[in-house]
Design a binder for this molecule. Structure first.
Ligand code: PLP
Length: 442
């Protein structure tokens, strides 16, 4: 590290060093995403230089006008003064069920299609329910790497979780690994995101089948977090009612809850409206433990009238109208939401190339035998540098990312890059900075 102090780094070395010291972050490699965001804002302000910002997974595209206009019309018609139904406005519920049929080829009753305040709230509500169903099953299992805030939710709830990094357990190997946790009898829930944040791996049909069949065998509920719905651009999932469909565990078990976020697929993060979809059998299922706690044994009833009522009493009325309008257009085939976000894949393709041409490697690089898709995130490492070291060193070169170490990944040499905030006009800067980094450290 000291060697480069004498060299000119793209961002003023002394300022970066001072601001890291002043930030109070003890270990950059363990910093939370929001801590890094604030540090990089400070560096940009002080130096007047623009970073290649890859640390935060925020949508980089405008929200569709269909949604915005429907919200305006709903507000003008007076919905703001009225409490929304906790389980969602009827026409939104119907559109969610249509969406699930059109893009997953899964039939679900609209009763189990519930808007939530982002998938974030859907996950929180699901954890609150699923850890109460059986006193022996008190632990959530994460198939990692994953989204750190979901573990934070369990910490806040004071609930237990276990995790493993799926990197070495792809394909058939997943079965034995997963079963080694499930056979202990303490797991209530399995959670993973697909496509995966942070690694962008996508489970194959075989892997989803393994997860689904084991969930049935061990009576465990799967929370399938589809924050990046249809964004595996290797296949075209954009046509309503036509194959190929977005792969889902729902084809292999009845024990599922789907979280479908509107934040990335519909660039609607600011409105905090997501979809929670519950399998019909699970929705209707009776649990003696729920009867003891809430005086009613039914899963769906308690989720809506106990948990979601207590958390936020529903979702902002106008946001539900916005989402309903977008879904209706998508279901009717008049709005292609996938083509809007394909630009992320194109960006990732170019950026991955710039990294690999300059001495970097892609960490999670395959789905079983297939090369990984280009999408919202990718993971990278540099020679034998640790992730912590790499994250810090890249700051002097005006490049920011997050460490895989905070995502439950064992690949601690790796960083996660998010492509959404990087504009094409910055590719030349990115290339120059990576070239200089490589020549300084090779
Ligand atoms: C895997 C994963 N799950 C859930 C979320 C949260 O989604 P929402 O904005 O709908 O709350 C995110 C957002 O980055 C995510 O990456």
């Amino acid at each position: 590290m000291e060697a480069i102090t004498n060299k000119k780094t793209p961002i003023n070395y002394t300022i970066v060093k001072d601001l890291i010291a002043k930030s109070g972050i003890k270990n950059i490699g363990k910093a939370s995403i929001r801590e890094l965001v604030s540090l990089i804002n400070d560096i940009e302000r002080e130096t007047g230089e623009k970073f290649i910002r890859m640390e935060m997974g925020v949508p980089g595209l405008p929200s569709p006008e269909i949604g915005i206009n429907a919200e305006i019309a709903a507000l003008q018609s007076g919905v703001a003064s009225k409490y929304p139904m906790i389980d969602g406005v009827t026409h939104l519920k119907i559109e969610i069920a249509r969406f699930v049929k059109n893009f997953l080829n899964i039939t679900v009753n609209s009763k189990g299609c519930i808007p939530t305040v982002g998938s974030m709230q859907g996950g929180f509500a699901a954890f609150l329910m699923l850890t109460k169903l059986n006193p022996n099953k008190d632990t959530v299992l994460f198939i990692d790497p994953g989204f750190p805030v979901q573990k934070q939710q369990l910490d806040v709830l004071d609930k237990k979780y276990e995790t493993f990094d799926v990197y070495k357990y792809r394909g058939e190997a997943l079965k034995e690994k997963l079963e080694s946790y499930l056979k202990k009898g303490t797991i209530s829930t399995i959670l993973y995101s697909n496509p995966n944040n942070p690694s962008w791996i996508c489970f194959s049909e075989k892997e989803l089948q393994i997860i689904g069949e084991l969930a049935t065998k061990y009576d465990v509920i799967v929370i399938e977090d589809m924050a990046y719905f249809a964004m595996d651009f290797r296949k075209d999932y954009s046509k309503p009612g036509q194959p190929p469909y977005q792969p889902t565990v729902a084809n292999y078990t009845d024990n599922w809850i789907l979280l479908i976020s509107s934040s990335k697929a519909f660039s609607y993060a600011g409105q905090r409206v997501g979809m929670m979809v519950i399998n019909d059998q699970l929705f209707k299922k009776s649990y003696p433990t729920l009867n003891e706690i809430y005086g009613n044994p039914l899963f769906g009833h308690n989720l809506i009238y106990k948990v979601l009522y207590a958390l936020s009493s529903g979702v902002t009325h106008s946001a539900q109208y916005g989402l309903a309008a977008m879904l209706k257009a998508v279901n009717d085939g008049t709005f292609d939401f996938v083509s809007q976000v394909k630009v992320y894949g194109k960006r990732a393709h170019i950026m991955k190339k710039l990294f690999t041409e300059n001495g970097f490697s892609i960490v999670y690089d395959k789905d079983e035998e297939k090369p990984l898709a280009d999408g919202f995130y990718f993971t990278f490492s540099y020679k034998n540098m640790s992730g912590e070291e790499l994250l810090e060193k890249l700051l002097y070169y005006g490049i920011s990312a997050i460490s895989l170490a905070i995502t439950g990944s064992e690949r601690t040499e790796g960083l996660r890059a998010c492509v959404s905030q990087v504009d094409e006009s910055q590719f030349a800067d990115l290339e120059n900075r990576l070239q200089q980094f490589n020549s300084d450290y090779s």
